[in-house]
Design a protein around this ligand. Structure first.
Ligand code: BES
Ligand code: MN
Ligand code: ZN
Length: 499
């Protein structure tokens, strides 16, 4: 998988004379119409553009897009005015990211777009993120291009008033690096399941670490057997494509903190013998979204040289029904010795995660965060766009939810009620792999908690909804794989590194 994103550059050239297929300007509500927020344009041209936009009924409401031909004096072919909402609104930066996402998506089919951007680094970052995240499309498996097909924008020039500062350059570098990782996650999620069995996903992790100071260890089926990873082996045993476990270690000199990230990597989830219904089963190619997010986050964190140790743990398996598949009723022994009765083979994510968590805790990291497309119940509880955060540590959970908020990812705290624990009791083994159906997201979290020793801070993110966008694109979020959790993982590492 080549690592790719549109190119993002900074320029202090005049917006009027910059050659581009489109020039994006911001408009904010003012009085009965709007105000044009654009530096570097003469008052005469500003008046002309404003008058045309008024006649077209442009609105400064957040995300509103109005396109007009450029007046003489502007070199870009068209002007795209994007509503960013009122300055007096409680500043919702995510609204601005999404607005620029809409603007860039409205430019699909154009190659080069120039954006009149704010100079202040924090505002520049938000505009750059929204714009670059939106310039994405997955077309690796299309052999023919339809004549009317419009590709995503290939290059985005951020126009800021001179002089360009080192701080602004750092912002652009960071945004480019993080968006490349988000796009890598999207690509891995969108890749068809026949093209991405566990061994191939492990190879993709290796490719993603090229040139970075990251140590990678791969457990194949022999090593998994040697080390007693009964969860990963049990889930993988029904597939002709054997399972893997990947460990990624980024350990810069002088790091004071250690984060462990764990991601569910089911390359395809049929449900196994407890098989899923046929409708939309194809979407289960995205059941490795947590794994992809962990791989991509480690890549970004290492590329940004963040001064913090990060270990990624990525269990990978394909959950298939076959003559060798695990059966409902089977008892398996996890890495930490816990025996589990598999009452439903479709509750497989928690089985592979149990082994990976069991290994992660041995290193006693300061915090473990796992990300998993773990339960359908997550989508029932919070919908398709908001992730759930559960934890054995209220402060750690708040920290992760706050990091998600600043990164622009919707996430909400959820409890791990003790009263659900007895529903995971098994007659035969230490634990059953399914509990109460009511609160199914929470009983899955409680199952995982069984593998976390007291005193080990841990946060579980259920991203079943937000990892995959079944509906149309919106803001900067494309259809299909979204890259959920990557920006939260990077942000959390940045904040812990800063202390
Ligand atoms: N991968 C699924 C969860 C899922 C469902 C993710 C829909 C994204 C969209 C998971 O492995 C699963 O099948 N969970 C079961 C658990 C149940 C058997 C306790 C579920 O949610 O139905
Ligand atoms: Mn399943
Ligand atoms: Zn699954």
């Amino acid at each position: 998988m080549p690592i790719r994103a549109a190119s993002l550059t900074l320029s202090s050239a005049s917006p009027a004379t910059t050659a581009a297929d489109a020039l994006i300007v911001a408009i904010a509500p003012a009085g009965r119409t709007f105000e044009l927020i654009a530096h570097g344009l003469s008052p005469a041209i500003t008046r002309k553009i404003t008058a045309t936009l008024v006649s077209l009924g442009a609105s400064g409401a957040p995300g509103n897009i109005t396109t007009m031909p450029s007046p003489t004096g502007i070199k870009a072919a068209v002007i795209v005015a994007v509503g960013i909402g009122s300055h007096t609104d409680k500043t919702d930066v995510e609204q601005i990211r999404r607005a620029y996402g809409n603007a860039i998506r409205s430019c699909s089919g154009k190659r080069k777009v120039a954006v009149i951007a704010p100079a202040r680094s924090s505002a520049l970052q938000v505009v750059a993120e929204g714009a670059l995240l939106a310039a994405y499309e997955f077309s690796s498996f299309k052999s023919k291009k339809k004549p009317d097909e419009k590709g995503p924008v290939a290059s985005i020039a951020l126009l800021v008033p001179a002089p360009i500062t080192p701080e602004q350059k750092a912002v652009v570098h960071e945004v480019q690096t993080v968006v490349e990782s988000v796009n890598l996650t999207r690509d891995l999620v969108n890749t068809p399941p026949n093209a991405l069995p566990p061994a191939t996903l492990a190879a993709e992790a290796k490719k993603a670490m090229t040139g970075l100071p990251v140590k990678m260890t791969v457990w194949d089926e022999k090593a998994l057997t040697r080390d007693g990873c009964g969860g990963i082996l049990g889930v993988g045993q029904g597939s002709a494509n054997p399972p893997r476990l990947v460990k990624l270690e980024y350990s810069p000199r002088g790091a004071k903190q250690h984060l462990a990230y764990v991601g569910k990597g089911i390359t395809f989830d049929t449900g196994g013998i407890s098989i899923k219904p046929a409708a939309n089963m194809d979407e289960m190619k995205g059941d490795m979204a947590g794994a992809a997010a962990v791989i991509a986050a480690v890549r970004a964190i290492a590329a940004l040289k963040l001064p913090i140790k990060v270990t990624g743990w990525v269990p990978m398996a394909e959950n298939m029904p076959s003559g060798t598949a695990q059966r409902p009723g089977d008892v398996i022994t996890m890495f930490d010795g816990t025996t589990v009765e598999v009452l439903n083979t479709d509750a497989e994510g928690r089985l592979v995660l149990a082994d990976a968590l069991g290994m992660a805790v041995l290193e006693k990291p300061d915090l473990i965060v796992d990300a998993a497309t773990l339960t359908g119940a997550q989508r029932i509880a919070l919908g398709a766009r908001t992730a759930a955060a559960m934890s054995n540590d209220d402060a750690a959970r708040s920290e992760v939810v706050t990091a998600a908020g600043s990164a622009g990812e919707a996430m909400w705290p959820m409890p791990l009620p003790e009263d659900l624990r007895p529903s995971l009791d098994s007659m035969t083994a230490d634990l059953a792999n399914i509990g109460d159906r009511l609160g199914g997201m929470l009983s899955a979290g409680i199952f995982l908690q069984e593998f976390i020793p007291a005193g080990q801070a841990w946060v579980h993110l259920d991203i079943a909804g937000p990892a995959f966008n079944e509906k149309s694109a919106y803001g900067y979020t494309p259809k299909g794989g979204t890259g959920a959790a990557v920006r939260t993982f990077v942000r959390l590492a940045q904040e812990r590194a800063a202390g």
